[in-house]
Design a protein around this ligand. Structure first.
Ligand SMILES: Cc1cc2nc3c(=O)[nH]c(=O)nc-3n(C[C@H](O)[C@H](O)[C@H](O)COP(=O)(O)OP(=O)(O)OC[C@H]3O[C@@H](n4cnc5c(N)ncnc54)[C@H](O)[C@@H]3O)c2cc1C
Length: 535
């Protein structure tokens, strides 16, 4: 053992940076934070629109891909994940949406005491520095800056008006009393700059002498003594190191890498581990199971007016003007996240709360990260918020450097297929309203020939892709397949926790970063409370 710490955190992502800050703030504990990626120096991380530049950048992104997806014409679906300080919060689309109060009440109904909406709301509030000010649902003074879009856009105004014409309410706060309706998204940004958890939490924690941060450090396994975690092994530049944890090892490596690390360490489905020659320390069939994700299907439109981002990006003069505008007043094109406006809607009377989310964005391209179209264009996409489909993450080898098999199994159930088709029809209904029609020259994809339910489903299978919200692979619960208990302790293993998006019992009905930050805020309190009792 080269060094000892009270807590070792694996992964400086959305959750890991929160934990590092909260566990070091009292000064009593020595904490080691290990991150496989490097520092967040790439300028495009900090400019919201730079998001598009990070999809294919191996320096900051794990660049995972799914296995061929049986219900998506056997296509492999990209699965980007941040590999840099801030993790996926450094490369994500910045949208700040917590999910529905009912999501967390459902977590509680599944037996997870302490995770109802009333229980978790104080943690959302504690994290938040809400630009609009404080109220019963929002907090100020927290490390996570949340702000409005820098300015309205005529296309977004038209979308919101069209939703109203279609009978849906306008909603100026998706994290307010109700999520339903159409409006602008808020962003994890401040003054036109991305507010990752590295920016919000780690920057202040990094100055503390009791935090040791090691970047470019790949954790390769958890060290166990019987059924107790005692440390971890990690590699930096080809050299292997070990660190000892007097207190706890905390995995915050995300929905793909936390289950991967458990499996590599002998904690997982016995048959899988044995087939790869890994000694089974704990036979836990649930590790890596229950992978959930949001699938999105995008409708693309040709716009009647040159007011889209395509028109700016494709013109050198307008690009330069946009750059200067950002530089001097922090407004415009470069401040846009992965969605500008959007909405949460119910596809039918059976849904008691919104079951689909729409992302409306003022550019168009054939696929995520591809070059923008040479004509004025925009996109509106649909994603089903509470999919029934369940997939898995499974290591393919005992080599920690080899990516695990990732299989979300999108559209595996009839309900999921029906909801996506209903969502596409609902969205077309909005786009057909007068407020929107004046801006639509044509539906570029799929186009008018795609008319029946079967056509729409075929389009979803041929083009659907992720909204990047994998969760639940180390699911919290009290059933035999649960991986962590309600205090986020790995079941049956002492001194080992998982605190990240992988513990969600069910994916939230929204974008996942806010909920991950909340999980880490609450996880930190649980860890500190248990440490006090143990002392
Ligand atoms: C492209 C993209 C767009 C998204 N858009 C949005 C959005 O607009 N709004 C939203 O709310 N959510 C969005 N999300 C999802 C959201 O960002 C994630 O749900 C959230 O960041 C996950 O947090 P996490 O802590 O679970 O994992 P991560 O933030 O991914 O952190 C895991 C960290 O662990 C590190 N790590 C992994 N394995 C090891 C190892 N073996 N050793 C050491 N370190 C390791 C990783 O490098 C990473 O830094 C998006 C995600 C992506 C990828």
């Amino acid at each position: 053992m080269s060094e000892s710490f009270d807590f070792i955190i694996v992964g400086a992502g959305s959750a890991g940076c929160v934990l590092a800050d909260r566990l070091t703030s009292c000064g009593r504990y020595r904490v080691l934070l290990l991150e496989a990626g490097g520092k967040d120096r790439n300028i495009w991380i900090h400019i919201p629109l730079g998001y598009g530049k990070l999809f294919a950048d191996a320096k900051v992104n794990w660049l995972y891909q799914s296995e061929p997806e049986p219900e998506l014409d056997n296509r492999r679906i990209i699965q980007p994940r941040g590999k840099v300080l801030g993790g996926s919060s450094s490369i994500n689309g910045l949208l700040y949406v917590r999910g529905q109060a009912e999501d967390f009440d459902h977590w509680r109904q599944l037996g997870n005491t302490g995770w109802s909406f009333a229980d978790v709301l104080p943690y959302f509030r504690r994290a938040e520095d809400q630009e609009r000010g404080e109220d019963a649902l929002h907090g100020i003074g927290g490390p996570l800056a949340v702000s409005d879009v820098s300015e309205p856009h005529p296309l977004c105004e038209a979308f919101i008006a069209a939703a109203e014409q279609a009978g849906f309410p306008r909603n100026d706060d998706f994290n307010g009393p109700t999520q339903e309706g159409a409006g602008y998204f808020q962003l994890t940004a401040r003054n036109g700059r991305r507010w990752s958890t590295a920016a919000g939490y780690l920057r202040q924690a990094g100055r503390r002498p009791n935090l040791r941060l090691v970047t470019n450090a790949l954790t390769t396994r958890i060290l166990l003594s019987g059924r107790r975690a005692v440390g971890i092994e990690y590699q930096v530049g080809g050299e292997t190191h070990r660190a000892h944890a007097n207190g706890e090892v905390i995995l915050a490596a995300g929905a793909f890498n936390s289950p991967q690390l458990l499996q590599l360490s002998g904690i997982g489905p016995a048959a899988l581990l044995q087939s790869l020659g890994i000694e089974v320390k704990a036979d836990m069939p649930g590790v890596g199971m229950d992978l959930q994700d949001h699938l999105q299907v995008r409708l693309q439109y040709r716009c009647t007016e040159p007011i889209t981002m395509n028109d700016i990006v494709n013109s050198r003069r307008r690009r330069l003007a946009a750059g200067l505008r950002y530089f001097f007043v922090r407004k415009g094109l470069l401040t846009i996240g992965a969605g500008y406006a959007g909405g949460f809607f119910r596809t039918g009377p059976a849904a008691t709360t919104p079951d689909v989310q729409v992302h409306f964005i003022i550019f168009s391209a054939d696929s995520v990260g591809a070059a923008l179209h040479p004509f004025p264009g925009f996109i509106a996409s649909v994603c089903q918020l509470r999919p029934e489909s369940r997939g898995f993450v499974r290591i393919k080898s005992a080599d920690p450097r080899q990516a695990p098999a990732i299989q979300p199994r999108y559209l595996a159930t009839p309900n999921d297929r029906d909801t996506v088709v209903a969502g596409l029809k609902l969205l077309r209904g909005i786009m057909g309203q007068p407020a929107m029609r004046r801006y639509i020259a044509a539906e570029h994809a799929p186009g008018r020939h795609c008319a029946s339910d079967a056509d729409l489903l075929a389009f979803a299978r041929a083009t659907g892709s992720t909204v990047f919200h994998p969760t639940s692979t180390c699911r919290m619960g009290s059933d035999p397949e649960a991986v962590v208990d309600q205090r986020l302790r790995v079941c049956g293993i002492e001194r080992l926790r998982v605190v990240d998006g992988s513990i969600m019992p069910k994916v939230v009905s929204g974008n996942t970063n806010a909920a991950v930050v909340m999980i880490a805020e609450r996880g930190a309190d649980l860890i500190l409370a248990d440490a006090k009792v143990a002392a």
